[in-house]
Design a protein. Structure first.
Length: 150
């Protein structure tokens, strides 16, 4: 168990469907600390960099066009096991296989409209945070820290 930072993003469908507040709220209530937050419409090149590992997949053009169809809301959450736990909170890539208590399991039905993104490893989280927050993050001490951690 370690303190980590993870990059979580509400995709254009999540923004359009008014799910930004709920997704932020789930991480906030879980006890994670928000250290970066922005709405962005970064364009195709940036999105292709974000998903570079998937560039050979048949669904890649559709994925980029979906991601480029409206603004996204990116955030960085910090806390115990944030990367792995963030993925659990998001649910499986295919919403039909997601736990119903997860974000995708509660709000999505199709893999190509799965509402949110979350870093899959600590290394990728660091890369994604640099890509989306080149200006850096916010360092602050949460007053709730001693109520979240023993
Ligand atoms: P995740 O978003 O769970 O990390 P991923 O990194 O494998 O999943 O893929 C990135 C996104 O690409 C995923 O959220 C939705 C889309 N995607 C993945 N597999 C797909 C498929 N088989 N068909 C269509 N879109 C897919
Ligand atoms: Mg992924």
């Amino acid at each position: 168990m370690s303190t980590e930072q993870t990059y979580i993003m509400v995709k254009p469908d999540g923004v359009q469907r008014g799910l930004v507040g709920d997704i932020i709220s789930r991480f906030e209530k879980r006890g994670y600390k928000l250290v970066g937050l922005k709405m962005a419409t970064p364009g195709k090149d940036h999105l292709e960099k974000h998903y570079a590992d998937l560039s050979s997949k048949a669904f890649f053009p559709g994925l980029i066009s979906y991601m480029n169809s409206g603004p996204v809301v990116g955030m960085v959450w910090e806390g115990r096991d944030a990367v792995k736990t963030g993925r659990v909170m998001l649910g499986a890539t295919d919403p039909l296989k997601s736990d119903p208590g997860s974000i995708r399991g509660a709000y999505a039905l199709e893999v190509g409209r799965n509402v949110c993104h979350g870093s899959d490893t600590v290394e990728n989280a660091q890369k994604e945070i640099k890509l989306w927050f080149p200006e850096g993050l916010n360092s602050w001490t949460s007053a709730a820290y001693n109520w979240v951690y023993e």
